[in-house]
Structures are given as C-alpha cells and as structure tokens.
Design a protein around this ligand. Structure first.
Ligand SMILES: CC(C)(COP(=O)(O)OP(=O)(O)OC[C@H]1O[C@@H](n2cnc3c(N)ncnc32)[C@H](O)[C@@H]1OP(=O)(O)O)[C@@H](O)C(=O)NCCC(=O)NCCS
Length: 166
C-alpha cells in the first residue's frame, strides 16, 4: 500500500471533495444512506464543508480526509456528535472504491481512535453499520469495537451498533 496522509478537512478542499464524492456516489449509495442531490455541486460541497468546519470549531465534529501520495482524496473519516461531557462520539468513514481492500479504512479508524483519545479526551466510540456491510464490520472488529445491539425488527434495514471503550 502506498503511504497516505490523514488530515483535517479544510475550506480549500471543495473541488477535490466534489470529485471524490461524485466518482464514488453510486458505490457509497450501495452501502450507506444517500446524500441529498443538491450536495453534488460546488455550492453544495462548499456549504457542506462550511457546516463541518463550523461544527469542528464548536468541538462537535472532527472531519478528516485521506489523501494519496499525489494529493488526491481517496477517503474520508469523521468523529461525529462529539460529546465532551459524556466523553463519547460516533465514527464514520468512506473509502473510494478504487482504493478499497488496502487497509485504508482500518488505518482511518485507528487514526480516529487516537484523535478521540489524545485530542478530544473521549472514553467511548460508537459506530452504526448496516448488517450486510461485512467489510465495515470487519474493520471495526479489527480495531477493537464490539457489537453491542441485536439487529432491529424484520422489514427495516438491519443496523448493528458497535462500540469501543478507550
Ligand atoms: C467499508 C469500507 C469503509 C472498507 O474500506 P477498506 O479500505 O476496503 O477497508 P480495509 O481494507 O481496512 O478492510 C476491509 C476488510 O473487509 C474485507 N471485506 C470487504 N468486503 C467484504 C465482503 N463483502 N465480505 C467479506 N470481507 C469483506 C476486506 O477483504 C478487508 O479484509 P482483509 O484486510 O482481511 O482483506 C469501504 O468499503 C467503503 O467505504 N464502503 C462504502 C462506505 C461505507 O460502507 N462506509 C462505512 C459505513 S459504516
């Protein structure tokens, strides 16, 4: 695997982020909830980045991008809904289809765990994964997460909740 850089999202990422999200839209929609159609434009992505960076400044969210050696965005990872009093957050991540199977999500989740611990002083992380998303569940288990809750009732999309005490 080529080395990658994991860094905080920045306001100048709009064009690269739009390229990444558009190229992988169909891939992501097979595994996670679809974004609003309005997201897929420069205006949509710029607004998305502004909102994320505002939540970052407020200590509620830590958005990261994963860049390959050429500076291309190949993935994203987030600490979401950071609760500094309850000392918990949720993790989320998505990797470009062309970059999957090289350990990038595992690397990203390990990075989120380190940041949660060292920067945000958190004690618990959770993740929600659709039951059929075997790859994502594997990443979480490999990073020490345990499955917490039985799937919901029949007829709904089954989602598993994973958690990690840190
Ligand atoms: C799930 C996802 C993040 C995994 O990213 P990745 O960089 O390929 O993950 P890693 O390489 O670190 O590990 C994935 C592991 O799952 C395995 N895997 C992937 N799909 C699998 C499947 N359908 N069945 C069995 N194993 C599978 C891979 O072989 C790999 O295991 P290995 O390292 O032992 O070979 C990526 O597929 C993705 O972004 N999917 C779309 C968005 C998404 O689902 N996000 C997570 C929401 S909870």
């Amino acid at each position: 695997m080529e080395p990658v850089t994991i860094r905080t999202l920045q306001s100048t990422d709009a064009e690269a982020l739009l390229t990444f999200e558009l190229a992988n839209r169909e891939w992501f929609e097979r595994h996670i909830d679809a974004r609003d159609a309005a997201f897929y434009s420069m205006q949509g992505v710029t607004g998305h980045i502004t909102a994320y960076l505002s939540d970052y400044a407020a200590g509620l969210w830590h958005p990261f991008v994963i860049e390959d050696a050429g500076g291309k965005i190949v993935g994203r990872a987030n600490l979401k809904d950071i609760d500094t009093s309850g000392r918990s957050a949720e993790v989320g991540y998505r990797i470009a289809q062309s970059a999957c199977g090289q350990g990038l999500a595992t690397q990203a989740v390990k990075h989120l765990i380190r940041e949660a611990q060292l920067r945000w002083n958190l004690k618990q992380l959770v993740a929600h994964v659709y039951a059929e998303n075997i790859g994502s569940a594997k990443v979480l288990k490999r990073c020490g997460f345990l499955i917490e809750q039985a799937p919901c009732q029949e007829g709904t999309d089954q989602e598993h909740r994973f958690s990690l005490s840190i």
